[in-house]
Design a protein around this ligand. Structure first.
Ligand code: FE
Ligand code: FE
Ligand code: ZN
Length: 278
């Protein structure tokens, strides 16, 4: 069995069981996926038989938590009413589907305020969560740390905390830390990983950290660009990933690769990271 809980982003089009099989093919024990078209909102009919086969495979091979990623088009703080409504419809449907796989993770980009300001955007995001999260839900909903491209909300730990602060069912909430995004956002995890984690703990709380997107970055520190690079081939460098996967405070947290790779490329990255694991 793998020592890390690690997986890669998988194409949603190939079906549930195939995503599980491909996770095994790249020597991983979890994966991330979209439930629907990431650039739209349309979802296929839910194939229960296929989903059941994945569930069996996950038990047999002792998978870690799988992570469903919301579509990129989801924006609860848009200035367009139809876009905001769609965010409610999509998240509700995604979360309903996720209950078929109890106790896993759902991640979303908090949104872009498109000039309306972070404060009103935060309110709109909080409203969505307070409407959508339910007491009997088993999925943990994660806010992703963003690079701060354009008017993205979630570019700082404070912005994430302000959202969580407004949510009633805080025990259903968590954060997914994206290594490319936070480096882009001005958190120097290359030279000061300890300090950044301390800051995260002070502002948000490490108990909310439920997942990590492992990505190198094509751009230099604090560039707010959000361009992922293969592990070890960008501005973060392999030593940074060595520090992250072996960090005492990050023990047991699942890692998901979103690097520009095909399956064989992911397989190599998993192998590389496993070789660094102490
Ligand atoms: Fe993301
Ligand atoms: Fe990410
Ligand atoms: Zn990204």
């Amino acid at each position: 069995m793998s020592k890390l809980v690690i997986g890669a982003h998988q194409s949603f089009a190939k079906g549930f069981l195939q995503m599980g099989k491909d996770a095994l093919y790249i020597n991983s024990n979890t994966f991330q996926f979209f439930m629907r078209n990431p650039r739209g909102a349309r979802a296929k009919k839910f194939d229960e038989e296929d989903a059941n086969k994945l569930k069996e495979l996950m038990v047999e091979y002792n998978f870690g938590k799988i992570l469903c990623h919301a579509p990129y088009t989801l924006n609860p703080c848009s200035d367009k009413e139809r876009v905001r409504e769609l965010a409610y419809e999509v998240m509700e449907d995604d979360l309903n589907r996720m209950e078929f796989f109890p106790n896993n993770l759902y991640n979303f980009h908090p949104g872009s305020h498109v000039g309306q300001g972070v404060e009103s955007a935060t309110e709109m995001i909080v409203d969505l969560l307070n409407h959508t999260l339910k007491e009997d839900m088993t999925t943990t909903v994660l806010l992703e740390t963003m690079a701060g491209k354009g008017t993205e909300v979630g570019r700082s730990f404070e912005e994430l905390r302000d959202i969580i602060d407004g949510v009633n069912l805080k025990e259903k909430m968590g954060v997914c830390l994206d290594t490319c995004h936070i480096y882009d956002g001005g958190y120097d995890i290359v030279n000061n990983l300890d300090l950044v984690l301390e800051e995260f703990d002070n502002i948000v709380g490490l108990k909310y950290l439920k997942a990590i997107h492992l990505n190198d970055s094509k751009n230099p520190f604090a560039s707010h660009k959000d361009r992922h690079e293969k592990i070890g081939q960008g501005s973060l460098g392999i030593e940074t990933f060595n520090n992250i996967i072996n960090h005492e405070k990050l023990k047991g947290i699942p890692f998901y690769l979103e690097t520009p790779n095909d399956l064989d490329g992911y397989k190599e990255e998993v192998l590389l990271l496993e070789s660094l694991k102490k």
